[in-house]
Design a protein around this ligand. Sequence first.
Ligand SMILES: Nc1ncnc2c1ncn2[C@@H]1O[C@H](COP(=O)(O)OP(=O)(O)OP(=O)(O)O)[C@@H](O)[C@H]1O
Length: 568
Amino acid sequence: MKDLRDVIQLVVLEKRDIVRSILFGFLAGISAVGLFASSGYLISKAALIPPLYALTVLIAFLKLFGFARALGRYAERYYSHRATFTILSNLRLAFYKRLEPHAPRIFQKYRSGDLLSRIVGDVESLQNFFLRVYYPPVVLGIIFLATIVFTSIFSISVAVVLLLGLVITGLFIPAWYSVKQRKYAHRVREARGALSTEAAEFLYGYRDLRIYQQLAKKKEILLKTADDYLDEEERDGRQRLSNHSWNTFVTLIISWVVTGLGAFLVAEGDLNGLFLAMLVMISLTVFENAAPMAVLPSHLEDSKRASARLFSIVEKEKVDKGIWTLEDHQAPSIKMSGVYFRFPDDEREALREVTLSIPEGSKTAIVGASGSGKSTLMQLFMKFHTPSFGELSVNGVDIRKLSEESVWKNSNVVLQENHYFYGTIRQNLQLAGDILTDEEMEQALEEVGLRFDLGQKVLEKGENLSGGERQRLAIARAFLKGERLWLLDEPTSSVDALTERMIFEHLYQRAKGDTLVLISHQLNGLEKMDQIIVMEEGSVREAGTYHELIEKQGYFYEMKQIEQNIFS
Ligand SMILES: Nc1ncnc2c1ncn2[C@@H]1O[C@H](COP(=O)(O)OP(=O)(O)OP(=O)(O)O)[C@@H](O)[C@H]1O
């Protein structure tokens, strides 16, 4: 049950509905037994031609039980489903809450299809936990106990047979099935996860697969994964059905035993014949309540694995959440000393012995060859990751102690890839703040050279915008955020030189007095920077102002010469 700990905690929050579901489930079950028991008794009694009033009373009971059964069943379904929906919604909420702090790192470990399958599929699987695993055994237990006590008034041996039937159908068969099921259950989930991963890759990569003429091959893999999933589902379905059949078979045998034993007891004079039909009817009906036990093991197994898979994402990665906050509206300083960093599951170090200082209000450019660790540095500044070794502090506070939210809240970030939501330009800009006026947004658009209407539509992922337009929209968003730390990772790589110059002019105006870190793919126009950090293979190769680096005639100077030769 360790795997289900989190789910059980959420289930017990719905105490009221749990109690109601159990009460009404008991009412429905016991009324069904009462209904059939009284009809059995009525048949026997009617054969003896009793006075009419005696039959009228019995018929009234019959109607009452019928009504109580319908009412009980309805109320049980109502409350148990209401509880289930609330539990599912709490479950999603709890999962997202735990997932949120890991969001920047999560795609590192999990493919999007797999994540989707967990978030949708596993949460959906857990809907059966309360409905089919948690409370039905309690209802079954009390209905059986009440029935056995009632039956024992008429015949102890029939009561013992019923108890035996309960043990076989409620415990033995489900346990036997559970052992068999354990072998197969994980295969369905794994097949489902594989299918959703393949489907997501197929859809996301559709265009590239077509261009590289790999669509047919990938489609074949996708269809095979779909077939595997269907096979596993079919096997699982057959198992379930076989368990159900065995359960029903045993309940019918029990009813035959009750009939035979009852007839024997009547013949021996140990049981009044008037009650024989009633006892047979009881045995036929009471086992109806044991039917859910047939599917309990498969749902229990399913819930355990779904819960373990769901929460394993967030349990594995314990992140230092930090409790300190960055002071609002203060231009921060950043210091790194002897920092090493390695991505999870990566053998190489992406950063090695990085020591640098970015003073408050300074403008820093980070340059270097592709793969030299520039973006990784930026990710560390944003606390997407924390150093594997060494010190990184913001405003003199160890970044591990700072809350991620406060770092994100206090920075204007433009990454290489930014997300654009389906909606309007206005909605995409409003991500920077809810109380922005149209004038402010129009001004920001103008400063990045975009002549967009605020109501203009943006398709999913900004599909209807050019690469340069998307980048400029992200810069406009950063302009509107107006915080004192700017973290810009090649923000204008797809923008033409003229527009780029205009954007930078506005950027420097807006960032006056702020701390700015810019990763740049080109070495031109860095004269204004207070310092340039040159990265090579994860280390700082050299650092200084533009003129210092040129005078030094080192690595930066060489890079600059090469750039000039290429473009001259
Ligand atoms: N998510 C990741 N998981 C594992 N390794 C990574 C990851 N991201 C980057 N790396 C590795 O870390 C190293 C530095 O990458 P980084 O993205 O910081 O380089 P960069 O200098 O920003 O390159 P570019 O100019 O091409 O953007 C590279 O060797 C890269 O393969």
